[in-house]
Design a binder for this molecule. Structure first.
Ligand SMILES: *Cc1c(COP(=O)(O)O)cnc(C)c1O
Length: 227
């Protein structure tokens, strides 16, 4: 066991979110903390669940499948969010496992998700990832194509989209990216904005984030590299 306390990290992040909400004139109840537990084993997630946190983010279908069914037996009201790149051939497992998918970003995935939603009794909440920095190595729809993609999700695939997600380029100041995401969401009347991580959730809250995805500030530094 490490000395690091994720429960202490959780309390600090919750307090920082409350402070950011107050600083920026927002109701803290409109901001959901998604605790990003990727790479951390179930034993390190359990105390955070026991402390009352219920919303968690994972990046990999296989890893989430290995950890969460058992955690959910003890905490049936835990809500699981997929925040990593999703392969179309994992759509079935993703629809079974996740309550919210933040990373819908291409027609083939929209088609695969629509098919799995139709055949299962499940209907995860869907967000479209926007590649606001237009980085070739990163997932997400580029801003000039987002209007057409959202239209196709609706009319071609019959999917209801609830919001947008972005990961700003590491080397950029994040605020212009958050502002752009907010503008696109406003244009389409989308209520959910998933933006802000450990280093920049204050700025994201200022610019309208409804979901902040915070990992290392809660769980500590990840020893395994992650995408
Ligand atoms: C890992 C990850 C996070 C959390 O990052 P931290 O810097 O540890 O808070 C948030 N969003 C996505 C998409 C991630 O992959």
């Amino acid at each position: 066991m490490s000395e690091y306390s994720a429960v202490e990290g959780l309390k600090q992040v919750q307090e920082s979110i409350r402070r950011a909400a107050s600083d920026h004139g927002r109701d803290p109840s409109g901001i959901t903390l998604v605790a990003v537990s990727k790479t951390f084993p179930a034993e390190e997630i359990e105390p955070v669940l026991a402390a009352g946190q219920r919303v968690f983010g994972e990046n990999y279908v296989q890893e989430a499948k290995a950890k969460w069914p058992r955690l959910r037996e003890r905490f049936p009201d835990a809500e699981l969010h997929m925040i990593g790149p999703l392969q179309s051939n994992k759509a079935r497992e993703a629809v079974e496992l996740f309550d919210v998918i933040h990373t819908l970003d291409r027609p083939s995935l929209a088609e695969a998700l629509a098919k799995e939603i139709a055949r299962s009794a499940r209907k995860p909440c869907l967000l479209v990832q926007v590649n606001t920095g237009e980085e070739p190595q990163k997932g997400g729809v580029i801003p000039t194509e987002i209007d057409a993609f959202l239209e196709a999700c609706h009319s071609r695939y019959g999917l209801q989209i609830e919001g947008l997600m972005c990961i700003p380029p590491a080397e950029d100041p994040p605020s212009p990216h958050f502002a752009l995401l907010n503008t696109i969401a406003g244009r389409h009347g989308l209520p959910m904005l998933s933006m802000g991580m450990s280093a920049d959730f204050d700025a994201a809250i200022q610019l309208g984030a409804t979901h902040v995805r915070v990992g290392s500030a809660i769980f500590g530094a990840r020893s395994r590299p992650s995408k």
